[in-house]
Ligand binder design. Structure first.
Ligand code: GRF
Length: 321
């Protein structure tokens, strides 16, 4: 089996979601393993469980520390443990923007509501009060804005007549324990799934003006301009010619830039077979921590370098306002 993705779980409370994630990870075929459980509460219930199960723990009280100091200590522990993803499971602290930016796309949270409904606290009371038929829980990517990142998965839980916030919370937890391990497993797998990666590239490429998709040498390609005279600005390659990479190829300014990128950032870029000779660089997508904004910037730049002037002129004019 391929190496498992190491995760760090942050908790503040009882850690029942931690328990669910942990026991799921002990089942055959689970693509992640828990390398660290970290908490801001030195006697959080979940820590004892983690220790008993032979998992490294780290605690650092937030009291008397600035948010940045506290986050830095937690981050150092995550790095020491070699974790590639941070999974929040009832972690009752807001992370600093700088921390979230450094771990962009690599922090997950579970929030007990059907987002975008009921961000923040008291979600069960608010759902009951509103007369909703269902409450539920959402797993989402953490962004600087609270409970606002991409929702990866949700589970609905019927609200029963006579439910109180407490009885509802208990049922939602049962549902969460099914949801979180599954959502995390899918998330980990999506980073190496060629179809999921192609979908993502396609979404960005076809959102650029006047673009369409056309196969080129058996691989998906993206062109700008008309069907007849359009030009390729991106190619998607899945482990092409013996390479391990799943990648999108974009146009550099030429060989000097290409060589420089490949030599200085070999974890991000590579020189593809055939295409490399004409200045296309490969952006590696099947790795942890791909920065999709960065991929988007490259696609935009590559698009601009081949787009017909009649389109780019209009855009330049719009930019100058
Ligand atoms: C969960 O209900 C989760 O949705 C919220 O915090 C609670 C954590 O519970 N973010 P536990 O500590 O995992 O039992």
């Amino acid at each position: 089996m391929a190496e498992r993705v190491k995760i760090a779980v942050f908790i503040s409370g009882t850690g029942t979601n931690l328990a669910a994630l942990l026991y799921a990870s002990r089942l055959e075929g689970c693509p992640y393993e828990i390398a660290l459980v970290a908490s801001n509460i030195t006697d959080a219930g979940g820590l004892e469980l983690a220790r008993a199960e032979g998992i490294a723990t780290f605690t650092h009280s937030h009291r008397g520390h600035s948010r940045e100091e506290h986050d830095a200590a937690m981050e150092a522990a995550v790095e020491d443990a070699g974790a590639q993803l941070i999974v929040l499971a009832g972690y009752m602290r807001i992370l600093s923007d700088a921390f979230v930016a450094r771990w962009q796309g690599r922090i997950l949270n579970i929030h007990p509501s059907l987002l975008p409904k009921y961000k923040g606290l008291d979600t069960f009371a608010r759902a009951i009060e509103a007369g909703d038929s269902h409450a539920g829980s959402s797993v989402h990517i953490v962004t600087p804005e609270l409970d606002a990142g991409e929702v990866l998965a949700q589970i609905r839980v019927a609200i029963l007549p006579g439910d109180t916030p407490e009885t509802l919370a208990e049922r939602v937890k049962h549902a969460e324990h099914q949801l979180y391990p599954r959502a995390l497993t899918d998330f980990v797998a999506r980073g190496t799934d060629p179809d999921a990666l192609l979908d993502k590239v396609r979404g960005i490429a076809l959102a650029l003006p006047e673009t369409h998709e056309r196969e080129s040498h058996g691989s998906p390609g993206f062109r700008v301009g008309t069907e007849k005279s359009g030009k390729y600005f991106a190619h998607f390659l899945n482990q092409h010619h013996g390479s391990q990479h799943i990648a999108v190829l974009v146009k550099t300014d030429g060989m000097d830039e290409l060589i420089n990128l490949v030599e200085t950032q070999p974890e991000t870029y590579f020189k593809p077979a055939y295409y490399g000779a004409s200045g296309w660089v490969g952006l590696i997508l099947n790795r942890e921590g791909v920065d999709w904004n960065h991929v988007g910037e490259w696609l935009g730049r590559s698009w601009r370098s081949v787009a017909p002037q009649r389109i780019t002129k209009l855009l330049d004019a719009a930019d100058s306002f």
